[in-house]
Design a protein around this ligand. Structure first.
Ligand code: MTE
Length: 317
């Protein structure tokens, strides 16, 4: 984001952990060795301990690209509450406690209240969605997320006609989150994100409680986070404690920090350059050496472009 430009691939991020990724892992290791040599990268800490297993009932994949190994998805992270380097979230979130947890449901709905994590999760069966994830910094991953559609959750609280947008807020715990102390002057904490109600209700929009069949690691946003695969990764807010139905477009964290770069919509758009440094036309898949072309709406245009039919996305970005 604006704090730091992306680091190049580090060799530890493609270390294979799963037997069934062995062949793939060999190929990516070979590529990464070249990348590591070229960038002077070095090994960082291994992935954090795996979480509890989830009972996944259904699997859907939206891409033929192979998933990024677990070790990469859990050690190359953006979670500024835990620091600005890619390895910081895994290192600095070890003592963070995602349980007990509750989520406040507020605003224009019939059933506001503070709900425990157990209340929130109980009615939902857990499904797996393999999605591409594209960060505005120019890197991408493919992740098998476990969770349920956000729409199934939101409908339970019966949003009213005034619920035109949904605002999401991450937990504020400066004692446990070093970045909330260190970057207090740069980013307005707590981290906030938002979606238009039709975006929030879109079948692709997902609440993740796990990945690779295991509960989310702290660095990935435990115990629950958003995943919006056609938008830049910063829209996929982590460790949510508040969901608020509102009638006006909320101001999001990155928009507040740098409105000329980060818009409310932030749909992946290879034809829009976000800053003088960063052309969004290409991306580097974690573990690969060569850049690949970025696709409009991150490849989900056939499913989501109609949401923006009457908008000029160069202006309303
Ligand atoms: N959510 C919070 N609360 N804080 C953050 O710094 N970073 C965002 C997003 N959600 C972020 C966040 C960005 S920039 C990205 S790319 C994704 O989380 C990264 O998710 P991952 O680390 O699970 O890959």
């Amino acid at each position: 984001m604006i704090i730091k430009t992306p680091a190049d691939v580090r060799s530890s991020e493609i270390t294979p952990e799963r037997v069934y990724w062995r062949r793939r892992a060999f190929l990516t290791s070979a590529g990464a060795a070249v990348a590591a040599f070229a960038t002077g990268a070095f090994v960082v800490e291994p992935a954090a301990a795996a979480g509890a297993k989830l009972d996944v009932t259904k699997r859907t994949t939206t891409t033929t690209d192979p998933p990024t190994p677990y070790s990469g998805v859990t050690t190359y992270n953006n979670y500024y509450e835990f620091g600005g380097d890619k390895s910081d979230p895994a290192t600095n979130s070890k003592d963070f406690k995602p349980k007990p947890w509750s989520v406040a449901i507020e605003g224009a709905c019939a059933k506001p209240g503070v709900y425990t994590l157990e209340d929130i999760l109980k009615p939902h069966s857990v499904e797996e969605r393999v999605y591409r994830h594209r960060c505005v910094e120019g890197w991408s991953i493919v992740v098998p997320w476990d969770g349920f559609p956000l729409s199934d959750l939101l409908k339970r609280y019966e949003p009213t006609g005034n619920a035109r947008f949904v605002e999401f807020t991450t937990i504020l715990r400066p004692q446990e989150m070093v970045g909330q102390r260190r970057f207090a002057q740069i980013l307005p904490w707590p981290y906030r994100e938002g979606l238009r109600i039709d975006e929030a209700m879109h079948p692709l929009t997902f609440v993740a409680i796990g990945l690779y069949g295991e509960e989310l690691a702290n660095q990935n946003g435990a115990p629950l986070r958003l995943v919006v695969p056609w938008k830049y990764g910063f829209k996929s807010i982590k460790s949510i404690v508040k969901i608020r139905f509102v009638d006006a477009q909320p101001v999001t964290t990155w928009q507040a920090a740098a409105p000329e770069y980060y818009g409310f919509y932030s749909n992946v758009n290879p034809s829009r350059t976000y800053s003088i440094y960063r052309d969004q036309a290409k991306e580097r898949r974690l573990g690969e050496f060569f850049m690949r072309n970025t696709l409009p709406f991150n490849g989900y245009a056939d499913q989501v472009a109609s949401l923006y039919a009457n908008m000029n996305l160069q202006k309303e970005f």
